[in-house]
Design a protein around this ligand. Sequence first.
Ligand SMILES: [Zn+2]
Length: 85
Amino acid sequence: MAKSSTVFFCNSCGYESPKWLGKCPACNEWNTFVEEKVVKDKGSGVSKVKKVQEAVSLNKISKTEINRIKSGFDELDRVLGRWIC
Ligand SMILES: [Zn+2]
């Protein structure tokens, strides 16, 4: 009987956790965890069937948020831009 479950992997160092973590306890990176559905099957070991790029989508969301809060002041945007990048 194949049994599927969800685990989370750190994109940066490969640390595995049963829960999503904002910060990796192994390499101290933020938002590096990605969700993976794994099917545990007797004999064939663990086969990864689906990879959800959660860290990537979180980055996209925060970039959108940053664009939305542009102040309209060139000076301030330049300072914020430098701070973000
Ligand atoms: Zn890590």
